[in-house]
Design a protein around this ligand. Structure first.
Ligand code: PDD
Length: 280
């Protein structure tokens, strides 16, 4: 596999970053994940816009303009001979002697882009069955709206889910479901309206979430942005999650309690089809 690292395309097993990179020492960096299906980027503009915002929120400069970035992304996919790919982009503040405050003389940001095969059919197979999730406490910091590489609480929650045989962890703060460890969380109410946490500092504003809202509006499905409780989710007729890599993924159980009929619900499946049609 070939990676792009600070201006060069290198075999991934030979790619290196400095041990005093602030991304490594302070998680002082941001990232994006998006997919390419059949050579087409899904929601690319949204991901690049959010990347720009993450950089600005951390007072970081972009290592290259967004047009050049698109070219490099495409080149990484091409060099890995991928048609369906998951592209990972990471920007850190760069290298400096370890000190919490930013170096006054500034740093050269580090940019890494990798790509790996994305199995589109496997995702559809999974969606046909739906996934189990468990709840976990949301112990993250107050600015999870910034897509930083500081993902230890997310990793711990996902590990707990994996150990429990579940696909995701629903994160709960003060009794309310915020989102999942690497996706946004949704429920459907009795009227068929879809509910998700509002876009605040307590969730990552998912690009798939945004596109799913647009799809719902087209399908004349009512969208309600408000927090919901774990109990409400467990009693909901349907639940699902959204992310760049899972699209719209039906949830069939929460903490072992069956959701609806214990199989993917009609609203989630309709939205998934609409998302796939729109995003491509
Ligand atoms: N995760 N919430 C969190 C905490 C996330 O990490 C993600 C994405 C999302 C969904 O955002 P989007 O729809 O833009 O992918 C929500 C990516 C896929 C990851 O970390 O791999």
């Amino acid at each position: 596999r070939i990676a792009y690292v600070n201006g060069q395309y290198v075999p991934q097993n030979q790619a290196m970053v400095h041990i005093e990179d602030r991304g490594y020492q302070f998680a002082d960096g941001i990232y994006e994940v998006c997919v390419v299906v059949g050579g087409r980027y899904w929601d690319m503009e949204g991901h690049l816009a959010r990347m720009q915002r993450s950089l600005e929120e951390l007072q970081m400069t972009s290592p290259m303009d967004m047009r050049a970035l698109k070219v490099v992304m495409a080149e990484v996919v091409r060099r890995n001979r991928l048609k369906d790919a998951l592209v990972y982009m990471q920007v850190t503040r760069g290298v400096a002697p370890r000190n919490h405050a930013f170096p006054p003389e500034g740093t050269q940001p580090s940019l890494v882009i990798t790509a790996r095969r994305f199995n589109f059919d496997q995702s559809d197979e999974k969606a046909k069955k739906g996934v189990a999730v468990i709840s976990q406490p949301d112990i993250r910091w107050g600015r999870v709206d910034i897509k930083t590489v500081g993902l230890l609480p997310n990793a711990l929650a996902k590990e707990a889910a994996t150990k429990a045989g579940a696909a995701e962890a629903l994160l709960v703060r003060d009794g309310m479901v915020t989102e999942c460890s690497s996706s946004n969380a949704w429920i459907v109410d009795e009227t068929g309206a879809i509910i998700t946490h509002p876009k605040t500092n307590e969730i990552l504003g998912g690009i798939t979430r945004q596109t799913a809202i647009a799809c719902a509006e087209e399908l004349q499905i009512k969208v309600i942005e408000r927090p919901f409780t774990l109990e409400e989710a467990k009693a909901a007729p349907e639940a699902f999650l959204t992310s760049a890599t899972s699209f719209v993924m039906p949830i069939i159980s929460i903490d072992g309690a069956q959701i609806g009929a214990g199989k993917p619900g009609p609203v989630a499946l309709r939205l998934r089809e609409a998302y796939k049609a729109r995003a491509s």
